[in-house]
Design a protein around this ligand. Structure first.
Ligand code: FEO
Length: 388
């Protein structure tokens, strides 16, 4: 991304990554991503807010060379390498600059990047740093999504540089979020994949930020919000205790028995007026699937039995659901077996983080009979009753 002016003395100097398709070798990036970095020119001091993934250091340097200004402070809002990875090269290029961050981030940066002690300026929560005509305020926002995370607030422009908080994985030539539906979908996926396990901490941090007068949110992934209320409202909704009338059904089927059960359940739920999203785990879009869990009330895990346990695709996705801790209220387990199954116990053990009520499990031998389908219809009735 070329250098972009945001306000007088405030520039976007980061990079778009159109080609990246995976993050953490786990999270799909169908729309690529961006690593946003911002340069702030003050009358006395200049600061850079976050850097970029090491793969894109050359783009950041190109933008900084075009500006041709000194850097006094490199603010590290978060130590993860997609934002901090260029710091060592910047410290070589700008040897008089200091890395400004909190103690936790400092410790992580020393571990990950071998940055020397004398290159840091450590700040406290709500501490301010004058650049002359502009001031930075550092606000600790821990566990969004690491223990070190903080945001930086710029006066007098009221811009919140939020790093991962309010981010979205999307490479977009538009600097600002104009297509709200597209950005909302990307931001919700990002919340599901990165932020959802920390829902209660995010609530506390949203409350903390409600005291701050914010006119623009500039995250370190995805577009900027010149009208921040939309994304703030979305975060309030996603982190609330409210769930929607939605049943999510991740399933695997090897020879059709489990699929027959799932199709019957889906139709029965639809007839009863519930919203339902089945996901075939063998061909899943992980981002869509996890996004659906942000506000679903009920999860029905459907799996065939493999060597007395759930199918390995079920095991890995159940593990993921457990560590992401969606605010589900009800879970049911259904599936088929040939000669014996411990599937229900194994899945319930895997879901130990979830505080949910389990509905009746249905485990059938071979293809579902009329009586088995009646049990599935009864499960749909149970779900309907709970959603009421
Ligand atoms: Fe975008 Fe937690 O790094």
């Amino acid at each position: 991304m070329p250098l972009r002016r945001i306000k007088e003395g405030v520039y976007y100097v980061g990079a778009l990554d159109w080609d990246r398709r995976m993050f953490d070798e786990l999270i799909p990036l169908p729309q690529g991503t961006s690593y946003n970095s911002y340069f702030i020119q003050g009358t006395e001091k200049n600061a850079l807010i976050d850097t970029v993934d090491p793969e894109k250091t050359y783009e950041l340097l190109n933008n900084l060379h075009e500006l041709d200004l000194k850097i006094d402070y490199i603010v590290a809002n978060h130590a993860e390498q997609d934002h901090s990875g260029s710091i060592p090269i910047l410290l070589d290029e700008y040897p008089d600059s200091l890395v400004v961050t909190n103690p936790k981030c400092r410790e992580l940066l020393k571990n990950f990047l071998f940055i020397a002690d004398d290159k840091f300026k450590t700040i406290e929560d709500r501490e301010t740093l004058s650049l002359g005509d502009k001031t930075l305020e550092f606000i600790y926002t821990p566990w969004v999504h690491w223990p070190d995370t903080m945001v930086t607030y710029l006066s007098p422009y009221k811009i919140l540089f939020s790093c991962d908080f309010f981010g979205s994985h999307i490479a977009n030539s538009e600097l600002y979020a104009h297509n709200i539906d597209e950005i909302h979908s990307a931001a919700k996926k990002y919340y599901a994949e990165i932020m959802m396990p920390f829902r209660s901490m995010i609530k506390k941090n949203l409350l903390k930020l409600s005291e701050v007068d914010i006119s623009m949110i500039a995250p370190s992934h995805g577009p900027l919000y010149s009208s921040p209320q939309d994304i703030l409202d979305s975060y309030q909704e996603w982190t609330s205790d409210e769930t929607s009338n939605l049943v999510v059904i991740p399933y695997v089927s090897m020879h059709g028995s489990t699929k027959t059960m799932v199709e019957f359940l889906v139709n029965s739920l639809i007839k009863k007026g519930l919203n339902v999203k089945p996901y075939n785990l063998a061909q899943i879009d992980l981002g869509d699937f996890l996004s659906s869990l942000v506000d679903a009330s009920t999860l029905v895990i459907a799996s065939p039995t493999v060597l007395t346990g759930p199918h390995p695709l079920t095991v890995s996705n159940t593990y993921l659901i457990n560590i992401l801790r969606p605010k589900l209220k009800y879970v049911a387990i259904i599936g088929s077996f040939g000669w014996g199954s411990r599937m229900e116990d194994i899945i319930k053990t895997e879901l130990s983080n979830l505080k949910v009520e389990y509905l009746d499990s249905i485990s059938i031998k071979g293809l579902p009979s009329k009586e088995d389908l009646d049990k599935i219809d009864y499960l749909a009735d149970q779900i309907l009753e709970k959603h009421r």
